[in-house]
Ligand binder design. Structure first.
Ligand SMILES: Nc1ncnc2c1ncn2[C@@H]1O[C@H](COP(=O)(O)OP(=O)(O)OP(=O)(O)O)[C@@H](O)[C@H]1O
Length: 499
């Protein structure tokens, strides 16, 4: 079992949190218990610091039912609508003035996660719908969580009681890790735990995951193990990379699944070595597939949906393999990523990509999700392939830093672009002008991509909705079932990732 779940706090006393935060939420819950409806709580703060855990522990402590939903999932909204109809808003006050809750007589906590990913559009499920719901003064406790509450409108924030969480301190993380080691019967060197804690950057979930990966098969953890454990399996990783980069072979997925490396590590290897093998459009395509895989990993980290690991692995192996134009020969000397890079790169890269998407979203007035699905690819394409003046204009328009540009187009081109901007004093220009240019290129590229897609081998990524099936597909049982139901099943091609 995953330790993050095994050791998720059961009651409030297990949650590591500042005293004033605990006091505030307990007071809030008590007032609900007394039948006095309260504003929803908005718990804001970085990932893995215990926002969800605190909400669940609170419900557990007070004996409330919990309905856990995700704001960016449209299905949640149907459920909320149902609950809104049935429970959250339609309660009555009894003749004694007592507050009547759900059928079971218990309060029902609605826990809506990731509200900062909520769509800004007018449609149902968007921010305005949530505002409308909250204005109806819900009669069930609601807790919203957000990594970046300032992405929400002030109107929405004002409808809530805002509680800000901070990154956990290293010593707080070490304490939890020590507790886990003690109950797992693992002897751990304090320095090793400090290293893990420091590397997690205040994210306890990440620290617990790293600890579990490192502790795998050990009774004792020393500081050296934190590094050594990440270095195992090198030769096998090389074989997997060879298969990904040089061949079109779907069995690479099963090979990767049997590696000791976690997908978080494997993606760093692939990321590091990709430019040694791929170039031009195939490189771009592969990066896109990788960024998709990385998004799934992000969800695993944030939400603990570990079944998405399989899907991420499928994308970073089969997806990347099929992003190339043709099989490759020869010998390539792959590089082992630097150990600290291994430990931190993914997190940093994700942080950077997130910032880039935020900028695209901000200046193109769209959600980050839409920015990724609709704009990212074309912006990267333009930055790489357009003439330097256009690329510079685009870069200035989105206000990309040199570091961000390096991630998108490589160090050399990033320097050229920044140099050009400096030399010609390029400033942000009117939106329409740049957007028109991007969209023109966008349309042209769509046409080209369609043609290309015909040529490029199709990658059938099964069951986008049920990624856990991806692994089953490889197993015989699912294969037989799949053959039978082949016609009914939806197949999504790589195209989907570029559209
Ligand atoms: N403050 C904490 N006290 C105890 N355990 C914690 C705390 N924070 C995180 N954890 C551990 O990390 C795991 C993930 O934490 P949790 O889901 O509560 O984080 P979160 O802040 O809601 O993150 P996200 O914003 O990504 O949803 C928990 O299952 C628990 O094991």
């Amino acid at each position: 079992m995953l330790w993050v779940e095994k050791y998720r706090p059961k009651t409030l006393k297990d949650v590591v949190a500042d005293k004033d935060i605990l006091e505030r939420v307990i007071a809030w819950a008590k007032r609900w218990q007394e039948g006095i409806p309260q504003k929803p709580l908005l718990l804001g703060g970085p990932p893995g610091v215990g926002k969800t855990s605190l909400a669940l522990a609170l419900a557990n402590t007070f004996g409330w039912e919990v309905v856990e939903l995700n704001a960016s999932d449209q299905r949640s909204w149907q459920i909320i609508r149902r609950i809104v109809g049935e429970a959250a808003f339609s309660e009555t006050i009894s003749s004694e003035g007592e507050f009547l809750s759900s059928e079971s007589g218990r309060l029902k906590l609605i826990l809506l996660d990731e509200v900062d990913n909520i769509s800004k559009k007018e449609d149902f499920g968007g921010e305005s719908a949530l505002i409308k719901l909250l204005k109806r003064k819900p009669r069930q406790p609601i807790i919203l969580t957000a990594n970046d509450p300032y992405k929400l409108s002030k109107e929405l924030r004002d409808l809530c009681e805002f509680v800000q969480f901070k990154r956990l301190r290293t010593d707080q993380i070490v304490k939890v890790l020590e507790r886990i080691c003690a109950s797992e019967g693992i002897k751990a060197d304090r320095n090793a735990l400090r290293l893990i804690a420091q590397n997690a950057g205040g994210d306890l979930r990440a620290a617990i995951n790293d600890l579990q990966a490192i502790a795998e098969g050990r009774r004792e953890i020393r500081a050296e193990d934190v590094v050594v454990s990440k270095r195992m399996q090198e030769t096998d990783v090389f074989k997997v990379m060879q298969k990904i980069f040089k061949r079109f072979d779907r069995t690479v997925y099963t090979d990767a699944m049997s590696l000791d490396e976690s997908p978080e590590d494997l993606i760093v290897w692939i990321d590091e070595n990709l430019p040694l093998e791929y170039e031009g459009d195939e490189l771009l395509r592969a990066y896109l597939v990788l960024s998709r895989a990385d998004m799934f990993l992000g969800r695993v980290r944030r939400r603990g949906f570990y079944r998405l690991w399989r899907y991420a692995t499928y994308l970073m192996t089969v997806g990347v393999a099929f992003a190339k134009q043709r099989a490759k020969g020869g010998f390539t000397k792959y590089q082992r990523p630097n150990i600290w890079q291994m430990l931190t790169l993914i997190k940093e890269r994700r942080e950077k990509v997130r910032n880039i998407l935020k900028k695209i979203a901000k200046y193109s007035h769209m959600s980050s999700k839409k920015a990724l699905n609709e704009m990212f690819f074309f912006i990267v394409y333009m930055l790489r392939h357009a003439d330097i003046a256009t690329a510079s204009k685009i870069s200035a328009f989105y206000d990309f830093s040199e570091e961000e540009l390096s991630l998108l187009v490589g160090d050399k081109r990033a320097r050229e672009i920044k140099e050009f901007i400096r030399k010609h004093g390029i400033k942000r220009v009117v939106e329409e002008e740049v957007e028109e240019e991007i969209f023109k290129a966008f349309e042209k590229k769509v046409e080209e991509t369609k043609e290309e897609a015909e040529k490029v081998k199709e990658v059938k990524v099964e069951e986008v909705e049920k990624p856990e099936k991806a692994e089953e597909v490889v197993k015989g049982k699912a294969k037989r079932r799949r053959r039978k139901k082949k016609k009914e099943k939806a197949e999504v091609t790589l195209d989907k990732f570029f559209s």
